[in-house]
Design a protein around this ligand. Structure first.
Ligand code: ADP
Ligand code: MG
Ligand code: MG
Length: 522
């Protein structure tokens, strides 16, 4: 679907006094409400926090396209559940060249393969985020949404996004009308309801409930030196306060000496830090906010820990298979002819519940989902791959090249694409080995509409820049699947809008570029 909405001139003019007042109100709101990050250098325990990068105003977003993105999420939840349950497909796509040329994906796939027949926990939990950019087609001057990627591990900023929505609503109410200089801002119905913190925590709680052990806890696996801790802490507080569930956080390196598995029941046990040493806690759900990047596994001991956790009875969010499903290579293969039809319409696909059982979806659903995609190409030796390679060399200005990585900062853009592709070709070692470039996918660049600006405020900074911006919309989804069908759960869990200066190709908030925004529906 595309719409011919004209986006309003943005932002509406603010006087210097209004601008200063908004900076003061937003920064103090952020600090008061835990809309915060740790500063770059921080003690343990920390002594201070800074407000997360934010926007003074919400950014206009076409209502129809926002609603479309939300309406696609149940389909995506079901699609990724089915991919994860299709071992043959995962083996074909991730066990082939990718696992040979990308040692991280190779380790993940081989590790999963070595234990997958012995797993005793069938249920798997996904807290997903499907990311989109607005795309303006050059010819038609129409806007559509195009998917950037689908995240199946450590999809972050749910809590801070809820805070950002709340902050913009607060500013509208607190500024005595001057925030309402634009008619779009004056109408509170244009600020969507958005509660990803509540919904993601509810998803974790549903996993816990399915595990069915009232004294069990949820374990967060976190990175050393994580600055985005408040986003995670809010989930802990919500689990405790709304669901009565305790959380223990550990890094991989701590877990290598702490985690044990009870040999017969495969219960995952952790010592409780504040109880006598004999006391231990049973883990119902493992929630990874780490484990998605090679630096999370500096030695083989982290991989051993990952495998140990995977073999336990705890429900993994995500399992290794679900993490593999989120690879960019999977996204590319899904876009090949017939693959999506097979997953959504195939008669022998498992019923993952949700009313999306075999035979319940139609070609219209397939077409809707596919309309959110832009060109994706393999970098392999197939005819299609070879043609794409030529295209990438000739028209590099149209493409981004992506390795199988998460967390931002890994992609190669435009004129750098041919340089890197040729370098990867040259690196390929032996006859018969796949080319290193097969560990990458090529993607057409999405072209966000020009002309929108907003005030981006970086944490702790007393001034804001009014910049040309690009906003990325993320839609959260929850899916519990893989076990008895009556236990399956799916939900759409809210949204995230991250806004960056147009000059920056990458979008991570944590790597210091994007601001957490909220959509103003127009
Ligand atoms: P990661 O898993 O590291 O977040 P992404 O695929 O999301 O990887 O890419 C990181 C960023 O690069 C995105 O947030 C977006 O800003 C930019 N980007 C990625 N793909 C495209 C694309 N096809 N067109 C334009 N920008 C893109
Ligand atoms: Mg990602
Ligand atoms: Mg991303």
């Amino acid at each position: 679907m595309s719409v011919s909405t004209t986006l309003p001139a943005w932002p509406p003019a603010l006087s210097p006094e209004q601008h200063q007042q908004l900076i003061l109100l937003s920064s103090t709101y952020a600090l008061s409400h835990g809309f915060t990050l740790l500063p770059p250098q921080s003690d343990n325990p920390p002594k201070s926090a800074i407000s997360a990068p934010l926007t003074l105003l919400p950014t206009p977003f076409p209502r129809k396209l926002y609603e479309l993105a939300i309406s696609l999420q149940p389909l995506y939840n079901a699609l990724y559940a089915r991919i994860t349950l299709d071992w043959e497909f995962l083996d074909r796509v991730m066990g082939g060249s990718v696992s040979k040329v990308d040692s991280f994906q190779g380790e993940l796939w081989r590790g999963w393969k070595s234990i997958r027949n012995d797993l005793i926990q069938q249920l798997q939990l996904g807290l997903f985020r499907s990311d989109y950019l607005l795309h303006e087609s050059a010819k038609e001057e129409e806007l559509s949404i195009k998917q950037v990627e689908f995240n199946t591990i450590a999809a972050s900023f749910g809590a801070l996004s809820q805070r950002s929505t709340e902050m913009h609503k607060y500013l509208q109410k607190a500024t005595d009308g001057f925030y309402s200089i634009s008619p779009h801002l004056a109408n509170s119905a244009n600020f969507p309801q958005n509660e990803p913190l509540k919904n993601l925590a509810a998803g974790l709680a549903q996993g816990w409930k399915a595990y069915d052990e009232k004294d069990a806890i949820i374990m967060f696996v976190v990175q050393e030196g994580e600055r985005n801790v408040f986003d995670q802490r809010w989930l802990e507080y919500e689990l405790l306060e709304s669901h009565g569930i305790q959380v223990i956080r550990h890094t991989f390196s701590e877990l290598s000496s702490l985690a044990t598995i009870e040999p017969t029941t495969k219960k995952l046990l952790l010592p409780s830090p504040l109880l006598p040493s004999s006391a231990s806690k049973e883990v119902a759900v493992i929630y990874y906010r780490a484990a998605y990047t090679p630096t999370d596994y500096p030695t083989s001991s982290e991989w051993s820990t990952r495998i140990l956790l995977e073999k336990s009875k705890a429900i993994k969010c995500p399992s290794m298979a679900l993490q593999l499903s989120g690879a960019k290579k999977i996204q590319q293969v899904l876009s090949e002819p017939g693959v999506l039809e097979d997953f959504l319409l195939g008669k022998d696909r498992p019923d993952v519940g949700f009313g999306i059982g075999a035979g319940k979806l139609t070609q219209i659903d397939v077409d809707n989902l596919r309309s959110s995609w832009i060109g994706l190409y393999p970098m392999d030796d197939s005819k299609f791959g070879k043609e794409a390679y030529e295209l990438a060399i000739k028209h590099s200005e149209r493409f981004v090249l992506k390795p199988q990585r998460e967390g931002g900062g890994n992609n190669i853009y435009r004129e750098n694409v041919p340089i890197i592709l040729k370098g990867l070709e040259a690196e390929t070692e032996e006859e018969g080995e796949p080319s290193k470039k097969e560990g990458y996918i090529l993607m057409e660049l999405i072209e966000p509409p020009k002309g929108l600006r907003n005030h981006l405020v970086k944490g702790g900074d007393n001034h804001s820049r009014n910049s040309d911006i690009v906003s990325e919309l993320g839609v959260y989804g929850v899916s519990l699947f893989g076990g008895d069908i009556s236990q399956n759960i799916t939900s759409t869990a809210g949204t995230l809008l991250r806004t960056k200066g147009r000059e920056s190709d990458e979008g991570g908030v944590a790597i210091g570029i994007s601001s957490i925004d909220s959509p103003l529906l127009i």
